[in-house]
Ligand binder design. Structure first.
Ligand code: UDX
Ligand code: UDX
Length: 455
């Protein structure tokens, strides 16, 4: 099929590359010329494991352009994957979505076009996009030869494992009021649903993985599935963080508790890792949007609100722990291991590291950070925050009064603790992701504080 994707961010680019890999003719469109130039040179503008390699395999099926008309004219399926960042009131900013819808209305020419919302949009946006496309189609489309339908196809990709999450998805959700739109998208995803593609050697198919569940629903339900899924995951993490704090007080071990409850298949073992909590582009934004939609209908959503409150408390706890241990933060040197909101990504959106660094700097501490992948981006995006950057992980420990593990990159786990200890002024490590072993730290003479374990 001929596919166009508007927006080559984390979601749009992953979707485009995978659909090209599955054999479709894909045109990826972006307003940012520098991103398109990079992509035409075979390089991804974002860090996502194996994306460059898969892009190289699908190269003959992929076109990257800033030319809206060229990208949209022949497309039979058009994905909207522009960003929807939060506004100060918690509602998402829909300016980019609306300009994408207008461009679609103006330029489509294929006889039947399915327009797919891939961005996370407030419930009801499908209908809104349809009306925007229709208005612009009537006012600006010169050919007027197309029939179009709108569908919602939310993504469930985790950054850092986005390709594997898409190729071997738990489910594909398509919401549309027109059965024809569902049929077209089922056809588009058929190689994925039936797992008939040859697995790329670098993203192997999980053993026994045979097919992907395809689920169709009405538009509104598909839109709500996305928000409800993210809110549920966010509250699962906040729940274990609440239990973890109690575990510290009563002398229990939150990791053992998580393991114990996770074995109950009704609960499940994933997303029960206690620590400094969630960040990233989705959980914060989507829980805020869900609450704000509830408000529009006069409905309070106390569970989702509590998940957010616990999450912001986790970040504050890092500072409380340091104040308890060091008493004075002014003039202290604090090291940060990791800056990205999680490992295997360079994404810094809503990263706990920035929040923690800012709170420390506000209290007069000097903050030195290191991240194997996200550091260059941090130097640009966080230029207004007075963080200093270390050339490597070990240098973070130089003369440090404390080091905070913020992102669980594998290389932080294999550091020589003796070498770290030698460099520190005060031997204190606060492990915000639960990766360090208490006995090894003690043997190296370092005091370790872990979330969820009483010290
Ligand atoms: C996605 C989804 O769209 C968002 O709704 C979801 O909740 C999180 O993930 P993401 O792909 O991470 O967003 O966004 P981003 O990396 O900001 O990419 C958006 C891209 O769209 C950018 O490359 C931007 O240049 C491009 N864009 C934006 C357009 O091409 N046209 C526009 O009008 C606006
Ligand atoms: C999330 C959803 O998982 C994905 O389905 C959705 O489409 C987009 O949002 P992402 O934000 O990329 O994906 O990352 P995810 O792996 O979900 O992690 C989110 C945050 O939760 C990270 O900061 C991570 O460190 C934190 N987390 C996750 C925990 O603190 N504990 C856990 O047990 C799991």
């Amino acid at each position: 099929m001929k596919v166009a994707i508007i927006g080559t961010g984390y979601v749009g680019l992953t979707t485009g590359v995978v659909l090209g890999f599955l054999g479709h003719e894909v045109t990826c469109l972006d307003v940012d010329q520098s991103k398109i130039d990079l992509l035409n040179g075979g390089k991804s503008p974002i860090y996502e494991p194996h994306l460059d390699e898969l892009m190289a395999i699908a190269r003959s099926k992929l076109t990257f352009t800033v030319d809206t008309e060229k990208a949209l004219a022949q497309a039979e399926v058009i994905f909207i994957a522009v960003g929807t960042p939060s506004l100060p009131d918690g509602n998402p900013n829909l300016t980019y979505l609306s300009s994408a819808a207008q461009a679609i209305g103006a330029h489509i020419q294929a006889p039947h076009v399915v327009i797919v919302n891939k961005s996370t949009v407030p419930i009801g946006s499908g209908n809104w996009v349809e009306s925007l496309v229709r208005d612009s189609y009537r006012a600006e489309n010169k050919t007027q030869t197309s029939q179009f339908m709108v569908a919602s196809n939310p993504e469930f990709l985790r950054e850092g494992s986005a390709l594997s999450d898409m190729l071997y998805a738990d489910r594909v959700v398509v919401g549309a009021d027109e059965p024809k739109a569902v049929q077209v998208l089922r056809q588009l995803y058929l190689p994925l649903i039936e797992q008939s593609f040859k697995e790329p050697s670098f993203i192997p198919r999980p053993s026994g993985f045979k097919s992907v569940h395809f689920l169709s629903s009405d538009l509104q339900s598909a839109e709500l599935i996305k928000y409800a899924a993210n809110a549920f995951l966010a509250l699962k993490v906040s729940f274990i963080n609440e239990i973890a704090e109690l575990a510290e007080k009563v002398g229990a071990d939150a990791h053992a508790v998580a393991y114990g409850i996770g074995l109950d298949s009704r609960i499940g073992s994933r997303f029960l890792q206690a620590g400094i909590g969630w960040g990233g582009s989705c959980f914060g934004k989507d829980t805020a949007a869900l609450i704000s939609t509830g408000q529009e209908y006069g409905l309070s959503m106390p569970i989702t609100q509590a998940a957010r409150a616990v999450n912001s408390r986790q970040r504050a706890r890092m500072i409380e722990i340091l104040m308890h241990e060091l008493k004075i933060l002014k003039g202290r040197k604090i090291g940060l291991l990791g800056l990205a909101f999680k490992p295997f990504t360079d994404d810094l959106r809503d990263a706990p590291a920035l929040d923690i660094a800012q709170r420390l700097i506000d209290r007069g501490a000097k903050v030195v950070g290191y991240d194997p992948i996200a550091m260059d981006r941090a130097k640009l995006e966080w230029k207004n925050t007075d963080i200093q950057y270390a050339p490597d992980a070990l240098s973070v420990f130089d003369e440090a009064d404390a080091v905070l593990l913020v992102t669980e990159w594998p290389e932080f786990k294999t550091l020589s603790l003796e070498a770290c200890a030698e460099k520190m002024k005060n031997r204190l490590v606060v492990d915000g992701r639960g990766i360090y072993d208490q006995n090894k730290m003690t043997a190296a003479g370092i005091q370790l504080i872990t979330f969820g374990k009483s010290s």
